[in-house]
Design a protein around this ligand. Sequence first.
Ligand SMILES: O=P(O)(O)OC[C@H]1O[C@H](O[C@H]2O[C@H](CO)[C@@H](O)[C@H](O)[C@H]2O)[C@H](O)[C@@H](O)[C@@H]1O
Length: 295
Amino acid sequence: MQRSLEFCHLLQATCPSALASFDRIIASAQGKKIALFLDYDGTLSPIVNDPEKAFMSPEMRAAVKNVAKFFPTAIVSGRSRDKVFEFVQLKELCYAGSHGMDIMLSSADSESKTEDDKETKLFQPASEFLPMIIEAYDSLVEATRSITGANVENNKFCVSVHYRNVDKQDWNSVAQLVDDVLKSFPHLKLTTGRKVLEVRPVIDWDKGKAVEFLLQSLRLDDPESVLPIYIGDDRTDEDAFKVLRERNCGYGILVSQLPKQTQAFYSLRAPSEVMEFLDSLVRWKEQQQPAHVQE
Ligand SMILES: O=P(O)(O)OC[C@H]1O[C@H](O[C@H]2O[C@H](CO)[C@@H](O)[C@H](O)[C@H]2O)[C@H](O)[C@@H](O)[C@@H]1O
């Protein structure tokens, strides 16, 4: 208990709580439109052992639905776009799957329009890698078959090799097997996340680039009139935090219970605090509406 309190102080010291700093955050949003970017696993849903069961709560879904009524909102996830949509189930959002390599500008539009219209709303900078990713997925499944608890997930333009449920003494073997497979795929690279090894194309594209692309495409790239806020918990979210910090145009919010090196400005300790933050944004916006609009 003592130890976790100390950690908490350290994190607060380097990266203040977004809830405690809420007034300061909204003060810098005065006269601007807030644009929200939300990671999924560990941010909107708690981390669980089975990636197929990482459901978000109905309360969190309602909180995201509510913020999206007031602010343009996008989900930016390492999951495949289809999978993360299956979890979130909100048509009013934009979705960037596969760590930003599969962007659908508006899922609401995607159902009602023709195939041509759909294509103009889709951005897939790694599409040429699709056959290679399928091949790598098959090889990784085969290579890790003998490791109890290892789980390979196909995220369309990238592949996740999970070791959360693998005995700790076999973690190095998983890493070695993945390295060995990658020797046959020089155009794929490895990144790491929360008890997961992520295999993806070597292209210069990440969640940071995806956020820049979304800001531009949605005409939200004027820092004088837009304040982007990105909330995420993982290493891959750091690319997005960095973009906002370097452009000096918005805030990254790291979701973490432990102190971490981060490019984020603020922190929240768990998805429950993310929900509280989203609810606070909605309450603040509702208070700003003239009475006749609220009725
Ligand atoms: O960018 P994200 O939406 O955060 O996706 C990153 C990875 O998230 C998922 O894995 C993580 O969450 C799982 C469920 O809680 C957990 O079991 C796993 O250990 C975590 O690494 C997802 O399954 C991966 O494919 C994503 O790359």
